[in-house]
Design a protein around this ligand. Structure first.
Ligand SMILES: Cc1cc2nc3c(=O)[nH]c(=O)nc-3n(C[C@H](O)[C@H](O)[C@H](O)COP(=O)(O)OP(=O)(O)OC[C@H]3O[C@@H](n4cnc5c(N)ncnc54)[C@H](O)[C@@H]3O)c2cc1C
Length: 382
């Protein structure tokens, strides 16, 4: 067992750090407060090979590992927290599901713009009446000639205000076995965006309505019975989500550490007060524990299918650690931490959302409990 990065991983991290320092350090604060997607960053990252790290070279990706993508998130976020979202969009979640399960036709049609940083794909699972109980989703795919008609709505979809493509979870038939997914071009007739709304992080989202949207059968990603595969793919999204929580917690920690070494009160450096030293010790323990859990989930996923249990543990722990550490680091910086002069308040707001998104902490704990007791605990009432 070796807890160090390999020489190749270290070299990769150093090159991402050099890129981030050169291109992303300036403007980090502005980016965090802009509601739009940072397209300029996406294009730079595409040139640098930071989009599609985990996708096959034959599909236009880099043929790297999930650990590489995790390292990219950590390193980018250490310079510009908001830009870590671009690494997420280009490597984890729906783009990876498309790379993994998409047909040659689907990949040819959509991947090049996504990997060039010119477009993003969203995953639309959540509906007004299907949040944690995602299998209650109602959006229907009804046969229509050699394709389908899609009817329904999605809410809270990340990137929904501007995404070019939606990987939409749909119902082909009743029950969990009837769930699959289709790729919907947002320019298709019948796709309608509702009033824009804003998350606490500042990111915009819009309700997505599908009114009799025609989808050719070639645009079915996973047909009936595809739900389990989709959720396995979703475990990868969770690793990216966990990595960003941890990375933003670490960003806040490092900033507060530097502050404690320069700010004086009562004639002493903040770092010299034991009450604050213990805060730092607690933060450091949380960050290190979270990182080990994250690396276990990512490294083992690179050796096979991501383990649902390890991923749930990593995400729940990193979500909690990222939020708690960012919040404590903000406290160490006092009024300055609470001000938009610094990015700590952004890190707190951003980390808060990941405790809900992509499987809330409570739902992940349910999954962990199932692994502990080696049985499922149906959540439905009688
Ligand atoms: C920042 C952000 C980004 C998101 N991005 C996307 C996206 O890109 N695509 C997408 O499809 N969705 C997205 N979502 C939606 C997200 O997946 C849902 O918010 C989440 O699944 C919870 O659903 P809900 O909000 O309806 O809460 P509910 O399901 O109503 O749950 C409310 C509360 O009850 C708890 N709860 C529910 N059931 C149980 C149970 N059985 N045991 C214990 N506790 C329970 C939940 O943990 C939560 O705390 C995003 C959400 C956020 C906040």
């Amino acid at each position: 067992m070796d807890f160090r990065l390999t020489p190749e991983q270290t070299q990769f991290r150093d090159s991402v750090l050099a890129f981030s320092t050169k291109h992303l350090a300036v403007g980090a604060r502005v980016r965090a407060h802009a509601p739009d997607y940072p397209w300029d960053v996406a294009k730079l990252m595409a040139k640098q090979g930071l989009l599609g790290i985990t996708l096959r070279e034959a599909d236009g990706g880099q043929g790297g590992t999930l650990m590489d993508a995790v390292i990219a998130i950590e390193t980018v976020a250490s310079v510009c927290p908001r830009s870590a979202d671009v690494v997420q969009a280009g490597n984890f979640g729906p783009i990876r599901v498309l790379g993994e399960y998409g047909s040659d036709l689907q990949k040819k049609r959509f991947l090049s713009r996504l990997l060039a940083g010119e477009a993003v794909i969203s995953v639309g699972m959540t509906e007004p009446d299907a949040g944690s109980a995602v299998t209650d989703l109602k959006t229907s795919a009804t046969p229509d000639g050699d394709g389908f008609r899609i009817n329904g709505s999605k809410i809270f979809t990340t990137h929904s205000a501007y995404a070019e493509l939606i990987l939409a979870y749909v119902r082909f038939a009743p029950g969990v076995g009837g769930i699959g997914s289709v790729l919907i071009d947002t320019k298709s007739p019948g796709v309608r965006r509702g009033k824009p709304s804003t998350f606490m992080s500042g990111e915009q989202w819009a309700e997505l309505h599908f009114d009799n949207v025609r989808v050719a059968k070639e645009m079915v990603l996973l047909g009936e019975g595809g739900f389990k595969k989709q959720i396995a793919g979703f475990n990868v999204e969770r690793i990216g989500n966990a990595a960003r929580s941890l990375a933003l917690g670490r960003y806040a920690f490092e900033r507060a550490r530097a502050w404690a070494l320069e700010r004086r009160q009562f004639g002493r450096l903040l770092a010299e007060f034991q009450g604050l030293q213990w805060k730092f010790a607690d933060m450091k323990m949380q960050l290190d524990a979270a990182q080990l859990l994250l690396y276990r989930a990512a490294a083992n996923a690179d050796r096979g299918i991501p383990s649902a249990e390890e991923t749930a543990i990593a995400k729940a722990y990193c979500n909690r650690a990222g939020f708690d550490v960012a919040n404590e680091a903000l406290q160490v910086m006092g009024g300055m931490g609470y001000s938009q002069e610094e990015l700590l308040e952004y890190c707190v707001r951003r980390c808060r959302g990941w405790m809900i998104a992509g499987g809330s902490i409570e739902i992940l704990k349910n999954r962990i409990a199932e692994a502990i007791f080696e049985r499922s605990f149906p959540q439905r009432g009688a």
